[in-house]
Design a protein around this ligand. Structure first.
Ligand code: 2BA
Ligand code: 2BA
Length: 107
């Protein structure tokens, strides 16, 4: 058993969840915040069998498009002197971690 932790753009969340659900995967959605942009994103937890992890990753990849966007970071972040003005960042796409699961229970 594995736990797939996928951080995705919130705009892509509905499509990813629909894709997972259609193929029978369970998922839990968390509202999260990126440490760099300090903007909302979405983290999905998906518990699944080892041999289905690649299917899960394929669905995530299919429904989270990657694109670039100009972002102006929060004033407090700029005041810290790390960056000046707008920066181009990649949005969409997904950051995915796959963790081993010691135990999976439904009580
Ligand atoms: P349960 O299986 O008891 O799941 C309750 C909640 O636990 C789920 O809420 C989800 O947040 C989380 N969860 C369950 N399995 C998970 C997994 N493999 N990975 C990550 N999180 C998991 P909901 O997604 O709102 O589902 C509520 C109930 O609807 C589920 O109760 C199940 O009876 C049914 N269900 C969920 N997904 C389904 C699917 N793809 N097909 C058919 N029934 C589904
Ligand atoms: P954020 O931390 O808000 O980062 C958003 C995007 O900003 C990143 O996209 C990356 O393109 C850029 N970025 C982040 N940190 C940077 C830095 N120190 N210098 C220059 N550019 C930087 P992604 O890499 O696709 O990450 C999207 C979101 O995934 C992140 O949002 C964060 O919430 C999560 N994430 C990415 N890598 C992670 C990691 N190693 N551990 C935990 N979460 C991670």
């Amino acid at each position: 058993m594995k736990l797939v932790v996928a951080i995705i753009n919130t705009d892509d969340c509905t499509n990813v969840l629909n894709g997972l659900s259609r193929q029978g995967f369970g998922a839990t959605r968390l509202s999260t915040t990126g440490g760099f942009l300090r903007a909302g994103n979405t983290t999905l937890l998906i518990g699944t069998e080892d041999e289905k992890v690649d299917d899960v990753i394929e669905i995530i990849s299919e429904f989270s498009r990657k694109r670039t966007q100009m972002i102006t970071p929060s004033p407090s972040f700029m005041a810290e002197g790390f960056i000046q003005g707008a920066v181009e960042v990649t949005v969409g796409g997904a950051t995915v971690f796959v963790l081993d699961v010691d135990k999976f229970l439904k009580l």
